[in-house]
Design a protein around this ligand. Structure first.
Ligand SMILES: NC(=O)c1ccc[n+]([C@@H]2O[C@H](COP(=O)([O-])OP(=O)(O)OC[C@H]3O[C@@H](n4cnc5c(N)ncnc54)[C@H](OP(=O)(O)O)[C@@H]3O)[C@@H](O)[C@H]2O)c1
Length: 338
């Protein structure tokens, strides 16, 4: 039997992503074959396609950071999941496919009635947001935060989870997305036309308790400036890497190094870099517990992921174009079953 999957055929523009037909993968011992109902499209997948993401597999490979699907076949020795069960996983690679084989411990059983496109927004976007807020920054109710990219996938998750936690939230976003930020309970800042450092100080008087920064480079430095005493900068990406006016690769790399140096300064502020795959590897039990908490919040409708587009697998290249253009808000999702 055959199945379809999208592969990155070489480094380059979105059209290097092509859909091919391959033999149906067979689960090895301890593995499970999952029929993929929804595959998340992530900014990281775009960086991988440009060859700018550390740890990317050799080309050709299938990208896809997170999936939701149904257990199709179990390999020998599998005991924790059953055929027909709905599951979610943070795969990091391989999700843009009709079927994937994964070790059983990678799968989290979830409720079967959820919208797969909303559910697939949880592992990467909400997982990242939740762990940065509650495991890393450990912000308490009444605290004040600044969220960069507030209208993005992780940004909107931070806004929703921040509101649930009783936080006061400021968020940078381009002007057309301000209504969305306000609707989610944040105070928007037009970072393209105003200096966010000056604006945050004007709005708050003495700065914020935490900043969440996926932009990188000189932005880390400016984010550190808006922290009040005891505050924490949680850096988690380098989206400015694709900005033609952004910092050079050397400056971006240096900004990562700067974070550990800033934490040594005697100013009561801290800075660190969060990486979901490292967190999952170092704290597998916390990672699983947090996803269980988040899927419970989804089921009880306390969180509501924004889905920007639902596309068939054949439109994988278009999905990447949409991410790069930053036109849409919310998660872009591929529906591999058509
Ligand atoms: N470390 C980790 O574990 C981890 C996990 C998940 C994601 N990430 C990283 O987080 C970043 C965002 O991911 P995402 O899925 O949320 O992306 P996304 O949904 O594509 O949203 C990113 C948004 O950021 C905004 N933006 C771009 N440049 C900005 C700037 N200089 N200041 C403020 N906002 C800016 C853009 O909207 P505007 O129109 O408002 O500019 C864009 O829509 C990516 O770099 C991704 O790789 C890291």
């Amino acid at each position: 039997m055959k199945q379809q999957q999208a592969i990155i055929t070489r480094v380059g523009a979105p059209e290097v992503l092509q859909v091919v037909e391959r033999d149906m993968p067979q689960p090895k011992k301890g593995q499970v074959r999952v029929k993929v109902l929804a595959a998340g499209v992530a900014f990281a997948d775009v960086l991988m396609r440009y060859g700018k993401y550390p740890g990317t597999p050799p080309i050709p490979f299938t990208p896809g950071y997170d999936i939701v699907g149904v257990v199709d076949t179990c390999g020998t020795g599998v005991s924790t999941v059953q055929v027909g069960q709905t599951v979610a996983a943070l795969t990091q690679f391989g999700g843009y496919a009709q079927y994937v084989c994964l070790p059983e411990q990678e799968l989290l059983p979830i409720a079967s009635g959820l919208d797969p496109a909303e559910a697939v927004s949880v592992p990467l976007n909400y997982g990242t947001a939740y762990q940065m807020l509650h495991r890393n920054a450990q912000i308490k109710a009444g605290g004040r935060i600044l969220v960069h990219g507030a209208a993005g996938g992780v940004g909107t998750a931070l806004l929703q989870l921040g509101k649930l936690a009783g936080l006061e939230i400021y968020g940078t976003a381009s002007k057309p997305k301000h209504k969305l930020v306000t609707g989610l309970g944040g105070t928007p800042i037009d970072y393209k036309n105003e200096d966010f450092v000056a604006r945050v100080n004007e709005l708050t008087g003495d700065g914020v308790d935490a900043v969440f920064d996926p932009v990188g480079g000189r932005n880390f430095n400016r984010s550190f400036q808006v922290l009040r005493r005891g505050g924490r900068l949680v850096a988690y990406g380098f989206s400015s890497m694709l900005d033609p006016n952004g910092d050079s690769p050397l400056k971006l790399a240096k900004s990562l190094f700067d974070l550990s140096f800033w934490s040594l300064l005697p100013n009561g502020k801290k800075a660190s870099f969060y990486m979901i795959t490292r967190f999952k590897e170092q704290h597998p039990d916390w990672f699983r517990d947090d996803l269980i908490t988040l899927f419970t919040l989804l089921q009880s409708k306390k969180i509501k992921p924004l889905v920007g587009a639902r596309l068939p697998l054949s439109k994988a290249a278009q999905a990447h174009e949409l991410i790069e253009s930053a036109r849409l808000t919310g998660k872009i999702v591929l529906l591999p079953q058509g």
